[in-house]
Design a protein around this ligand. Structure first.
Ligand SMILES: [Cu+2]
Length: 679
């Protein structure tokens, strides 16, 4: 009986004893599952619950799942509960850490689960290309054909600016007067549009400002934009997708005193890094395809599988979705926060903390990422496109459901998937790092609905309904783009609300030239925080969604050369999803004879067989016209047929040689005249 008692007691003792072997201490970091870089410094942490002695604690490391152990540090004092350890130079996914209390031959210990160690060998992937810069006000750009190896060992025929792909970053200051020479060394015509820049229509580089092969276009303009990230790209009617896809695109970084007053990273290429994110389609011979939905190759600044070295501090990225069609859902690996500081139109009121930032083709955003303390780590910028609802180019279905197909869209491994955009490889801090996110910045005051002069409706519609409709084309207000028609005439200094209704099943990014806009609401709801600043491009959701914007058409008027509004999915734009507007200055209009005010004449320069003359006052009637050469000789005088009398008329110009002419329009009581250039 007594013996049995002893046995029971000792059994109990053994049970308790065994439990206590692992209950004396607890490992708090690492616990397993972590991933470390060789030579990275980490802090091992543990807790002591029962201590038998004061200086007999030992720390061990195993690279082989606990089969063998080596000491990291021995004879640690019981009051020391952490140890700074440099991760060894090896590759393993079965590393473990063990803390041990050695009590007269009995080990009380705690062991982590397995974690991963990777060596600091060169990062995988390709180091990103940071575009060169042009500073100063005399800017020389040469559009050229070239060859580029997007795929090592395979040459792709390209187009670029001052190089085989992309173009230099133009760094300009608000108030600068730019003198830009764009030489076209391509063997075809194109245009260069300064996307986001507030310039006059003749300097804007829209479809009408054609640069013939061998010619040099010389826009000259004052930089009126606030500090912001803009970009330049071709805009030739029906060729924009081809010319952009082949490689022409560049950043414009506008600086100003206001932005300079904030503690923001601004050392180009080091802590202020432009990222032009694009998807491309390549054929079997590694040649660029366009006007397709098979874009399954991601490039950042022309680099596939790119990484960029960043310092362990606050870094600014200027994100551009330069794709032909694809929308990205930017986010950092592990849902690390980042801060949006600027939208298309420049700085916002204060940094906006985000874990996701969707950007559609044409949109830009500046973000800050804090890499402090991350030396030796690599973190990926991702697109979390799996989170997109259907009906966005980039979601698993481009339409509302499986029924509506887009040719070539499925299978494309990027659609509806999360994928890496670029790796950020964190290195040492720079000399004067920015180490914190500013609390406040400076936004612009939005236009007030109380100041609105006019309202307009812009409606998107598929050309032919049915399951094939996503393949296009798409109409704006019922028509396709026509080079020779001006769709909207806007008085200078008008403040307007545009209601953009998308009656197609897919979202379209709406881009407005000349001026930026503020989004009032989308389907009656305020825009997300990241879209509250000044925009010039934003995604209008499909399926009868409505986006209302407000803007003011200020500073520039030209009644002959139009600006554009259009979908920035280049396939759609080239397919006619675009319209034109002129801004006219009515303030100096007079009733005097020979006034050009109130007379529109387009296209000018004349580029087709006919030009259209139009009187803005629809009540006026064109009775006759004449064309007069520079010496004053009347080349043609034509009385308009009674049945055709209206405020518009088509004037044939195909029998005139290149040169400058005067066109006169005769109404009942006035004569209007305007210069016409025939090319
Ligand atoms: Cu579109």
């Amino acid at each position: 009986m007594k013996k049995m008692k002893i046995t029971l007691l000792s059994t109990l003792f053994i049970v308790l004893f065994t439990m206590n072997v692992n209950a004396h201490c607890k490992l708090e970091y690492p616990v397993g599952g972590e991933s470390f870089k060789s030579e990275e410094s980490i802090t091992i942490k543990w807790k002591v619950t029962i201590a038998h002695n004061t200086n007999n604690w030992d720390l061990y490391f195993s690279s082989d799942n606990g089969a063998t152990w080596q000491a990291i540090k021995e004879d640690i004092n019981v009051n020391t509960l952490s140890y700074s350890w440099t991760v060894p130079e090896l590759n393993t996914n079965t590393a473990k850490i063990k803390i041990v209390q050695d009590n007269q031959g009995t080990d009380y210990n705690a062991v982590s689960d397995a974690f991963t160690i990777n060596t600091n060998s060169a990062p995988t992937g390709n180091k990103i290309i940071i575009p060169g810069t042009i500073t100063g006000t005399d800017i020389n750009l040469t559009l050229q054909n070239g060859e580029f190896e997007f795929f090592p060992g395979h040459k792709t025929t390209t187009m670029g600016v001052n190089g085989p792909v992309l173009g230099p970053t133009l760094i300009v200051n608000k108030g600068d007067f730019l003198d830009i020479k764009v030489k076209n060394d391509l063997n075809e015509r194109t245009t260069i549009h300064w996307h986001g820049m507030h310039v006059s229509s003749e300097n804007d580089g829209g479809p009408h400002m054609i640069i013939e092969p061998g010619d040099t276009w010389n826009p000259k303009y004052e930089v009126k934009n606030r500090a912001s990230t803009c970009w330049y790209h071709p805009h030739l009617d029906t060729y924009t997708d081809e010319h952009v896809s082949k490689g022409i695109a560049g950043f414009i970084i506008v600086k100003d005193d206001e932005e300079a007053g904030f503690d923001l990273p601004r050392t180009y290429g080091l802590d202020d890094i432009p990222l032009a994110v694009q998807t491309r389609s390549f054929d079997d011979n590694y040649q660029v395809e366009w006007d397709v939905n098979t874009d399954d190759v991601l490039i950042v600044n022309g680099t596939q599988n790119a990484y960029v070295d960043v310092p362990a501090q606050v870094v600014r990225f200027r994100l551009l979705d330069g794709s032909s069609q694809r929308v990205f859902n930017f986010g950092l690996e592990g849902n690390k926060d980042f801060y949006m500081i600027a939208t298309d139109g420049g700085l916002v009121e204060k940094p906006i903390k985000l874990s996701r930032l969707p950007l559609a083709p044409g949109e830009r955003a500046e973000i800050l990422v804090d890499f402090t303390g991350m030396e030796g780590k690599t973190i990926s910028l991702m697109s979390y496109a799996s989170e997109f609802p259907n009906g966005i180019y980039g979601a698993s279905s481009p339409g509302p459901g499986q029924g509506m197909k887009l040719n070539g869209y499925n299978p494309n491994p990027m659609n509806g998937a999360n994928f890496k955009i670029i790796d950020f490889v964190v290195g040492q801090k720079t000399a004067n790092p920015v180490t914190s996110i500013p609390a406040v910045l400076a936004g612009e005051t939005p236009y007030s609905v109380n100041d609105v002069d006019d309202n307009r409706n812009i409606t998107f519609r598929s050309k032919s309904p049915g399951n094939n409709q996503l393949n296009g084309d798409f109409y704006i207000n019922g028509v396709s783009f026509d080079m020779d028609i001006i769709n909207i005439t806007i008085p200078l200094n008008n403040t307007e609300i545009w209601t953009i209704q998308n009656n197609t099943p897919i979202a379209h990014p709406f881009h407005l030239h000349d001026v930026g806009y503020y989004i009032l609401d989308i389907d009656g709801n305020p825009p997300p925080a990241y879209a509250k600043g000044k925009k010039d491009t934003y995604l209008v959701p499909g399926r009868h969604s409505t986006m209302r914007i407000i803007t003011k058409f200020k500073n520039f008027a030209n009644d002959s050369i139009p600006y554009m509004y259009h979908c920035h999915m280049l396939k759609h734009e080239d397919g006619g999803m675009m319209g034109s507007f002129v801004v006219v200055d009515n303030s100096s209009a007079t009733n005097e004879i020979n006034s050009s005010e109130g007379l529109l004449l387009y296209p000018n320069p004349a580029r087709s067989m006919y030009i259209t003359v139009e009187l803005q006052d629809k009540k006026e009637k064109i009775n006759a016209y004449s064309v007069i050469d520079e010496s004053g000789r009347i080349l043609s005088y034509h009385l308009v047929d009674k049945n055709e009398i209206s405020n518009m008329y088509s004037v044939p110009v195909f029998n005139y040689e290149k040169g400058v002419y005067m066109v006169k329009i005769y109404t009942d009581d006035k004569v209007y005249s305007r210069k016409l250039v025939v090319e």
